[in-house]
Design a protein around this ligand. Structure first.
Ligand code: BGC
Length: 747
């Protein structure tokens, strides 16, 4: 009996609850226990409190705030942007508070602190873990200099709907790619050692299902089956735990009727027991209190009870823990052991961060916008840009070409930084126009529209006149930063304002048009796709967008991104994702009947009975994984090491990639698998590997992937993880809708 009790104590990390029964197992836990044994209940409750008001504090720090820290009533702060406040608050905490427990300062350092990298969706388009790691390392080095040792990133919400504003911040639609990036981000933020003064603890957010918001409307309900939860939404979070993330953030939304901040199964069973996470979980902003309008908690006290018992350690901004924990304890609605274990998780992380020994920030400000940081940001902007169209190889342009630079985002230092770039300074941003000017390019700049939503046609004539005198029009448009991000969903995702109208007017000049899109999401381009010769998607490319675009336009560098999301033709197709199910009536391309070819007065027939739209059909504008290069590639000779995979064995899949164009270039070879028949139905394809291949003209290389049975396993709705015998299709190719293919079986 005693043995079982001891085991349970270890498993659920209730070392403290069991402190009389067993000695702490290691030095760290011993320190946690020692601290806890000295803390009053008020101090413990204080550790659960993340205060978020001081960014608005002007002038002197309010005495009430200083007193709260002195009394040990605050565990962490967010958004303290003034370093004097950071220093003073920390000094009070470590010198004057009862147990001298240091504070953690947090902020949304999402894709850079000062040096802003491309938005996370763009980073996902790089398919390059090193680029992602560089971005978070640079962000940590710069942000930690201001005392920020905790970032609310990476966001790991799988997003299948481009209307959702926060798709900009997501790793895209694929769990495999997202899991790779997740590890890289955590590694970059946290550095080699958590107690290094330049390391920031990462926060895997939003746990979970935030990206599955109905209709892409922010904060909306998520309905996710267990199989989807495990196969699609959880993998990047699991990967973050494997990479050592120290914190998690709960999502605002409910999933299947339970708001994340009150979901015990998620926060305790999945996160702690299945994943073995031993850091702490913070709520999203006011999310505990928001369980009242969700209709899950009766009042604030009930909300605190639900969250604490679910396993939520720290409450962001709302104050239900601070106000009601004591009462809940007295009423027996929460146990002392529970409080102790919630506090222990936070202390454990503070100890790992070395804050007790080195609580103060190390001023690294000479590193802000360092040349190496800017170089990495430029590389990221190039690697994440996706060439979507390049008719007659119009790109790259010759640098003698006379260019009319037109468009509302050609020279907008703040806008090209994208969402969540609070600390990035527009002064340091290099816009395309800056670079054209500095490089003395042969260009004329006429904005045409003052901002992306501008409806005014008053400057069209100037833009057209400039276009007429040029050889090529470079139209740099898209969305201002404010049109994507949190609470910025759009139902119509065309180019906003009069941009389409201007492009059409410019097309009438007969001059070729290169369209550069800076945006936080895929933009539907059906209305203008035939008016432009090339489309280069740079997303919001960050501080170094200008130099990156200049190099790509003139072929100094090649855009090498591939789509991390399926690009719709129209918003009405959303949600849209490549790893969908086949249905009982999969599309038969030859049988597709477009709406306009249905005879007038047609009697009801089975037209449209396959799973697609009569008007738009069944294809996206561009599939997941798509992206052109300045050269071309050919895939051939797909071979398997065997036509069957065994229980413990592996299968190698090889393919030859040849550069068939005239320039050196690189491609991302993507491996997809389909499990043809499963105990639950399986997606038509799933990404299981990818590799970047760089080739000289005419050069070919054989590349190899290795698959093991684990790569084929999946969860069913009973949370059983496994794979059954049967046939699998495998493809290697340039995107999710192409590839050389073969079959193998598991017998
Ligand atoms: C967002 C989080 C963010 C938090 C703090 C919330 O509104 O959903 O992602 O970390 O604010 O700024």
């Amino acid at each position: 009996m005693k043995k079982i009790y001891t085991l349970v104590c270890i498993i659920v990390f209730t070392l403290i609850a069991c402190e009389t029964e067993q000695k702490p197992t290691n030095e760290l836990e011993a320190k946690v226990s020692e601290l806890l044994s000295k803390m009053t209940l008020d101090e413990k409750i204080g550790q659960l409190n993340l205060r978020g008001t001081s960014s608005r504090v002007k002038g002197k720090l309010p005495d009430s705030l200083k007193q709260a820290v002195r009394d040990g009533k605050i565990g962490a702060f967010l958004n303290v942007s003034n370093t004097d406040y950071v220093d003073e608050l920390q000094r009070i905490a470590v010198e004057e508070s009862p147990n001298k427990i240091p504070l953690i300062f947090a902020r949304d350092v999402i894709h850079g602190y000062k040096t802003i990298f491309p938005i996370p969706l763009a980073m996902a388009a790089s398919w390059d873990a090193q680029v992602a790691e560089n971005s978070s390392r640079v962000a940590a080095v710069e942000g930690a200099s201001f005392g920020i040792r905790w970032t609310f990133a990476p966001m790991l919400d799988i997003a299948r709907d481009s209307r959702w504003g926060r798709i900009a911040e997501s790793p895209g639609e694929d769990p495999y790619l997202a899991a790779k990036l997740s590890k890289a981000y955590v590694k970059g933020f946290q550095g080699d050692s958590l107690n290094d003064p330049t390391s920031m603890i990462a926060c895997a957010k939003h746990f979970i299902g935030y990206g599955a918001a109905i209709g892409g409307r922010d904060y909306n309900t998520a309905v996710i089956s267990d199989a989807q939860l495990h196969n699609i939404y959880l993998p990047p979070f699991k990967s973050a735990v494997e990479a050592g993330t120290q914190t998690f953030m709960t999502a605002f939304n409910e999933m299947n009727g339970i708001p994340a901040s009150g979901d015990r199964r998620l926060l305790t069973n999945v996160l702690r027991e299945d994943f073995g996470f031993d850091g702490f979980v913070v709520s999203d902003w006011d999310a505990v209190k928001e369980m009242i309008p969700h209709g899950f908690a009766q009042d604030q006290k009930h909300a605190a009870e639900l969250s604490l018992n679910a396993g939520l350690n720290m409450e962001m901004t709302s104050k239900t823990f601070e106000t009601y924990t004591k009462e809940l304890l007295e009423e027996g609605k929460i146990t002392k052991a529970k409080i102790n274990s919630l506090v222990a998780d936070i202390l454990r992380v503070k100890l790992r961060m070395g804050l007790f020994e080195k609580p103060f920030r190390v001023d690294n400000s000479n590193n802000l916008y360092a040349a190496a940081h800017l170089e990495m940001a430029k590389e990221a902007a190039i690697k994440s840009s996706v060439l979507l169209k390049n008719e007659n190889n119009i790109l790259p342009l010759n640098n003698k070409t006379n260019i009319a630079v037109i468009g509302p985002l050609a020279d907008k230092p703040r806008e090209q930084l994208g969402t969540w770039s609070f600390d990035g300074d527009g002064k340091y941003t290099r816009t395309p126009v800056n670079v054209f000017h500095d490089k003395n390019a042969n260009y004329t700049f006429v904005e045409g529209l003052a901002y992306s939503r501008d409806q005014s046609t008053k400057d069209f004539s100037k833009a057209i006149a400039a276009a007429k005198k040029s050889d090529v029009i470079l139209f740099i448009g898209g969305e201002e930063a404010i049109l994507s991000g949190e609470a910025h969903s759009r139902a119509d995702i065309n180019l906003p304002g009069a941009q389409e109208q201007l492009i059409k007017a410019l097309a009438k000049t007969g001059k070729p048009i290169v369209l550069v899109i800076m945006a936080g999401r895929p933009i539907t381009v059906g209305n203008i796709i035939d008016d432009v010769d090339a489309i280069l998607m740079t997303w919001h490319p960050g501080t170094m967008g200008g130099p990156a675009i200049y190099d790509m336009i003139f072929g100094v560098a090649e855009p090498s991104g591939r789509l991390p999301v399926t690009w719709p033709k129209v918003a009405g197709q959303l949600p849209l994702f490549y790893n969908h199910k086949n249905t009982g009536r999969p599309v038969i391309p030859e049988e597709f009947v477009q709406m306009d070819s249905i005879p007038i007065g047609a009697w009801q027939s089975s037209l449209g009975n396959t799973s697609h739209y009569l008007d738009i059909g069944y294809l996206p504008q561009y599939p997941f994984g798509y992206g052109l290069s300045y050269t071309t590639f050919e895939y051939s000779d797909l071979t398997l090491s065997s036509n069957a995979i065994s229980e413990k064995g592996t299968l190698t899949v090889k393919v030859t990639v040849k550069n068939t164009g005239k320039r050196k270039g690189s491609d991302i070879a993507q491996l997809y698998v389909q499990d043809v028949v499963g105990r639950i139905t399986r997606p038509v394809r799933e990404l299981k590997g990818y590799q970047s291949v760089s080739l000289q003209p005419n050069e070919s290389k054989e590349i190899m992937f290795t698959l093991s049975l684990d790569d084929l396993k999946y969860y069913d709705n009973q949370e059983e993880f496994g794979v059954e015998k049967g046939v699998f299709n495998v493809w290697i190719g340039q995107h999710s809708a192409t590839g050389k293919t073969a079959k193998f079986s598991y017998e």
